[in-house]
Design a protein around this ligand. Structure first.
Ligand SMILES: Nc1ncnc2c1ncn2[C@@H]1O[C@H](COP(=O)(O)OP(=O)(O)OP(=O)(O)O)[C@@H](O)[C@H]1O
Length: 257
């Protein structure tokens, strides 16, 4: 692995109004790493990702990607990143081919390559028979696959995924897990947010746990396990102080009394 970080985050802070949601984050991410970014609801995962992808331009601190400052040249950075958001509006009156044509052109892809790659990727994701169907006839999982493809169609160096597995069936989850590992073998750097601890445990070579805007654990699953608990679910519960699940469920059940 290269010893020059591909992504450098320095003293990153972000507030929404008076609310500070990212507190002085500093991180180096190296080429080829598969980073699982986990944390409780509202911890700051999506905010981090939206800053990295240039969707939130106002923040304090510095983000440097491949030697380029995000503040100075966000467009150049966007070319290097493929982003699959948690919730996206697909223009579902379009067919997947039309949608991917639109996205690929935004990335400046040449028509012939774009069409060929869109067809190959859609077929590989099991949508080969739906190339020209309108996406408003698609299931949630089918749309999620098109979104995933739109994030990788331009063959970016860095792939950022926010909850990529929501809505996917068990076979598709297995496929995406394998895909993440294969893309990493191809040298891609992958940063993904997920609440699916079993998946994060298996595919990440580095896990970052964020809580209340601060990174509170950073290491391999093995190292987190040795220091804290035997499963990632338990590491998560221990470090984020959520040991009161029993009393919470009691309160919900008791609310029906
Ligand atoms: N546009 C916004 N305006 C005001 N507050 C926001 C905005 N977006 C997020 N927040 C707040 O920032 C905090 C971090 O939110 P963020 O979406 O980054 O969390 P997350 O870790 O991705 O959560 P989840 O796991 O629920 O998706 C939360 O307290 C949220 O309420």
């Amino acid at each position: 692995m290269s010893d020059t970080p591909l992504i450098q985050i320095r003293n990153l802070s972000k507030s929404y109004g008076a609310k500070l949601v990212l507190k002085n984050l500093s991180l180096d991410i190296y080429p080829g790493q598969v980073i699982g970014y986990i944390g409780p609801n509202g911890a700051g995962k999506s905010t981090t990702v939206k800053i990295l992808t240039g969707l939130i331009p106002e923040f304090n601190g510095e983000v440097i990607v491949d030697g380029i400052s995000l503040q100075h040249d966000p467009q150049e950075i966007k070319k290097r990143i493929g982003y699959v958001p948690e919730n996206a509006e697909l223009y579902d009156v379009l067919t997947p081919m039309e949608y991917l044509d639109f996205v690929g052109k935004l990335y400046g892809m040449e028509e012939e390559l774009l069409t060929a790659r869109a067809m190959k990727l859609l077929s590989a994701f099991g949508l080969g028979n739906n190339l020209n169907d309108r996406m408003d006839t698609f299931s949630k999982g089918m749309k999620q696959k098109v979104l995933l493809i739109s994030g990788i169609i331009h063959n970016p160096q860095i792939i950022i995924l926010d909850e990529p597995l929501s809505g996917l069936d068990a076979n598709a989850v297995i496929m995406i897990k394998e895909l993440i590992m294969r893309l990493s073998q191809e040298g891609k750097t992958i940063f993904y947010c997920s609440h699916m601890m079993d998946v994060v445990e298996k595919v990440s070579d580095r896990i970052l746990l964020i809580n209340k805007g601060e990174i509170i654990a950073d290491g391999t699953f093995e190292s987190l396990k040795q220091n804290h608990a035997d499963t990632l679910e338990r590491v998560f519960a221990k470090l984020t102080g959520r040991n009161e699940t029993d009393s919470e469920t009691d309160a919900i059940i008791n609310a029906f009394d």
